[in-house]
Design a protein around this ligand. Structure first.
Ligand SMILES: C[S@@+](CC[C@H](N)C(=O)[O-])C[C@H]1O[C@@H](n2cnc3c(N)ncnc32)[C@H](O)[C@@H]1O
Length: 570
């Protein structure tokens, strides 16, 4: 179980109580009438912070136990969590913990109370993969049917349920992974929020880890209010070695606030965090995702929208690379193989052996004798404007290969037959074991194209008119109905970086350059003359040698300037 750090729960509690008390005060109501819920109490980290903050600032000590017994509910699905919560509460002096309303229940399926003014917690993060039973229970209910979406996480339900049972003007505060604000699998969740609530504050941890052991985990604290508001504050914490508790205190009390930069994501900013004022309408409605873009920067996005006739997806086809279904032998492959063959001594297969993807040594006997053995590129071979020499080979094995090739492919693959027959299409009898699972259309790899790795620190698009075969982590932009080199220059520009970093998809610092973000990338209306100027430079960069790096940087800068000038002059 992941428990929330005290510094984080203290911050979330203090900010939520301030919002709650402001809201009650504006209606001349006493906070003593507020109903509060923690739907997943765990070890009671929020509740300890909550009870202490209530006593310090809002409720007289002699009234606290009465208030908590009648106005607070804590829930957890695990009886052991409820016991632990009671124990922890007693340790901090809540001697009446046994008399509190702490219930062992499933919040999503067995809890029907309504009318809360504050719901606060750290919900469980559980993906559906490997946890079907957890999901089938909730999916069998009306509520589950209403909100289930493919690829979702279990914590989405906690937000949706909380919005349903919250009073009007009530506050919902949670810490969750950050990705749902932009995930395709969270469109119902975003719609539920859009329809009912507004953000009051959002604290984005950026690259800073909220949970020590959760590597690659990006966290977000959000404060939602069940009403419509015009704007909210978005805090982006920078990568810093400073104490998290201090940073959160500074956010809470508005200390050490650096001025909001003109462009909301600025690499030059060294303060602990950046605060921006964001329009609720823009955040929720500029695109299908939630966009935390400051009001200062918002104008440029409105301009981009106004001056875009086509997206990249309308001007070209965007294709994913090859899925072989078994590139090289994995641990899992090996156990499948051992399971089926009794005499293990006969298995001459090791982890890492090439199945469809071969290294130089493995490929040596087939080079020049098997025409379906092709050079195979890794996504890291592709950078902006250039492509490295590949180190691997692939059997481009499909129903169209010659009999002579088929014979050689089988010679290499027969010992992997058991592994290859475990692929879904092979199990269904649709695919011979020696064929690639998804070879795609061959022309994608052989014709003129722009390629990009699916994830990169900067826009990384390169031109190729050679054969270029790669895995599904490479995207191929083909059939381009525009000047190809203009598109190449445009995609590699600082404008594309700016656009994707703000409203495209990101995983931490990495841009996600796959199907949907690429398809949705606007191609702004640039005059024909300027397009040619960009194309000319992009072509020159493509044909340059690496040693021309000064010249290349100059040309890249010129492309950036043309695009930004065009945009400002529109
Ligand atoms: C991430 S932990 C958070 C614990 C605590 N709130 C904290 O921040 O330290 C999530 C908790 O949710 C509980 N939980 C999981 N599914 C639940 C459900 N359907 N209803 C209520 N609690 C649930 C787990 O038992 C666990 O204690």
């Amino acid at each position: 179980m992941v428990f929330t750090d005290d510094k984080i729960s203290n911050f979330m509690v203090k900010r939520s109580l301030k919002l709650l008390s402001d809201s009650f005060e504006s209606k001349n109501k006493s906070i003593e009438a507020a109903k509060i819920l923690d739907p997943c109490i765990g070890g009671a980290s929020f509740d300890i912070a909550l009870f202490q903050a209530l006593e310090q600032e809002y409720i007289k000590s002699y009234k606290l136990s009465e208030f908590l017994k009648t106005n607070f509910i804590g829930i957890d699905i695990e009886a052991s969590a409820i016991e632990l919560a009671k124990e922890n509460l007693k340790k901090v002096g809540i001697s009446y913990a046994d008399n509190l309303n702490l219930k062992c229940k499933d919040y999503l399926t067995d809890f029907n109370e309504q009318g809360f003014d504050l719901i606060i917690g750290n919900p469980p993060y559980i993906g559906e993969k490997g946890n079907r039973a957890v999901f089938s229970k909730i999916r069998a209910t009306e509520f589950g049917k209403k909100y289930y979406e493919k690829g979702m996480d279990y914590f989405y339900f906690f937000i949706e349920k909380s919005l349903e049972i919250l009073n009007e003007d009530g506050i919902l505060t949670m810490i969750t992974p950050a990705y749902w604000t932009r995930a395709d699998s969270a469109s119902k969740l975003r719609e539920a929020i859009r329809a009912r609530a507004s953000f009051v504050d959002v604290v984005d941890f950026g690259e800073l880890r909220a949970f020590k052991d959760a590597v690659g985990h990006h966290s977000l604290i959000f404060f939602l209010q069940k009403k419509k508001t015009a704007e909210f504050s978005y805090y982006l914490i920078n990568e810093t070695k400073n104490d998290l508790g201090e940073i959160l205190e500074n956010i809470l009390y508005g200390i050490n606030m650096s001025p909001e930069p003109e462009i909301s994501i600025s690499k030059e900013n060294h303060s602990d965090f950046i605060k921006s004022c964001v329009s609720s309408e823009f955040c929720m409605n500029y695109s299908p995702y939630f966009n935390f873009i400051s009001k200062k920067t918002q104008g440029i996005f409105e301009k981009i929208k106004k001056h875009t006739k086509s997206t990249l997806g309308e001007l070209a086809s965007i294709n994913q690379g090859i899925v072989s279904g078994a590139d090289r032998v994995t641990n899992k492959n090996l156990s499948a193989l051992k399971e089926q063959i009794d005499n293990e001594a006969n298995i001459n297969v090791k982890i890492g052996d090439g199945i469809f993807v071969l290294n130089e040594k493995e490929a040596s006997e087939y080079i020049n004798v098997c025409s379906c053995l092709v050079s195979f590129y890794k996504n890291s071979d592709i950078t902006a404007y250039s492509i490295k020499k590949p180190k691997y080979y692939l059997f481009y094995s499909t129903s169209k290969m010659s009999d002579a090739d088929k014979e050689k492919v089988i010679k290499h693959l027969y010992k992997f037959e058991v592994i290859l027959n475990k692929r879904r299409e092979s199990m269904l009898g649709k695919l011979p074991y020696y064929h690639l699972q998804w070879p795609r259309r061959k022309e994608i790899f052989t014709g003129e194209k722009i390629v990009s790795p699916q994830r990169a620190l900067y826009p990384s698009f390169a031109y190729s008119d050679d054969e270029l075969y790669a895995s599904a982590d490479v995207y191929y932009i083909t059939d381009i109905k525009e000047n190809l080199f203009f598109i190449l220059g445009y995609l590699n520009s600082s404008f594309t970086d700016f656009y994707l970093r703000h409203v495209g998809k990101k995983k931490g610092k990495y841009l996600e350059l796959y199907q949907r973000p690429l398809s949705e990338m606007p191609v702004i209306d640039i005059s024909e003359d300027k397009k040619l100027e960009i194309a000319h430079r992009a072509q020159k960069i493509t044909n340059s040698k690496i040693c021309d790096s000064l010249k290349i940087s100059q040309l890249k800068l010129e492309i950036d300037n043309i695009i930004w000038n065009e945009l400002y002059n529109l």
